[in-house]
Write a protein that binds this ligand. Structure first.
Ligand SMILES: Nc1ncnc2c1ncn2[C@@H]1O[C@H](COP(=O)(O)OP(=O)(O)OP(=O)(O)O)[C@@H](O)[C@H]1O
Ligand SMILES: Nc1ccn([C@@H]2O[C@H](COP(=O)(O)O)[C@@H](O)[C@H]2O)c(=O)n1
Length: 215
């Protein structure tokens, strides 16, 4: 008789536009794991407030939205706007919102055979016992350029200087908040992709994960 199935959890954190989502999606496909972009959960709460004309600074109201969030209904395309991202980083400072979302994220992480979660506090708060933690980063200038290219390739208009200012403001808010600030977990593996393309970053992450799991 086989014992209980071992759950494999991989935690990926990093600042805005560092490439953690791109990496997490590819790693989930390679290792056959579920994937949750936890940024979408904060974005969904923010969008619900915006759509209903509710204030972004009322914690009780925002927590109520967070408690009713259905993780199976996160629509990346609808949630990807700049306005929603900004609003998400404002509701993400609220402990009540974080508590509600972290409960849901932990339940997701416990699904067999395992999951990859990416965000800002996965290795430090959501899955502190994850056997593999990656902290993906790149300089603010490189991240802003990646985001600028993304917008232009999708047919949008963007000012590089404006995007750089947005990236820096988001970093300051995410790293400076009192509850669950963005920082690498003490046992996280640092992956600075400033000088890596997507494929090189993916191969570096796979090499680290395979070594951690003794493959
Ligand atoms: N190593 C890389 N080299 C060049 N471009 C990259 C690299 N990694 C990701 N990108 C590109 O940078 C952009 C941002 O990547 P991605 O959305 O994965 O970042 P993120 O950290 O998940 O951002 P956010 O937290 O803001 O959602 C995307 O257009 C992606 O294709
Ligand atoms: N684990 C997380 C994930 C995200 N946030 C906040 O949400 C904002 C939007 O996230 P994106 O990754 O989709 O850009 C982000 O700026 C954070 O404020 C978080 O706090 N914790």
């Amino acid at each position: 008789m086989s014992g209980p199935q071992k759950i494999m959890a991989i935690a990926i954190d990093g600042p805005a536009a560092s490439g953690k989502g791109t990496l997490a999606r590819r790693l989930a496909a390679k290792y056959g794991l579920h994937h949750l972009d936890t940024g979408l959960t904060y974005r969904a709460v923010a969008k619900a407030l915006l759509d209903k004309g509710l204030p972004l600074d009322d914690e009780a109201v925002a927590e109520r939205e967070a408690r009713t969030l259905d993780l199976s209904r996160l629509d990346r395309e609808l949630l990807s706007t700049h306005e929603v991202g900004e609003a998400a980083s404002r509701v993400a400072v609220m402990p009540g919102v974080r508590r509600a979302l972290v409960e849901k994220q932990r339940a997701f992480a416990a699904m067999p055979p395992g999951a990859i979660l990416d965000g800002r506090d996965i290795g430090t708060v959501v899955c502190p016992d994850a056997p593999v933690k990656l902290y993906v980063t790149a300089s603010a200038a490189v991240r802003a350029e990646r985001r600028w290219k993304e917008v232009v390739e999708q047919g949008g208009r963007a000012e590089y200087a404006q995007i750089l200012a947005d990236v820096e403001r988001r970093d300051a808010r995410d790293m400076g908040r009192a509850d669950s600030p963005l920082r690498p977990a003490d046992d996280a593996h640092l992956l600075d992709t400033s000088e890596m393309d997507i494929e090189t970053a993916f191969q570096a992450a796979c090499a680290y994960i395979d070594a951690a799991f003794g493959r």
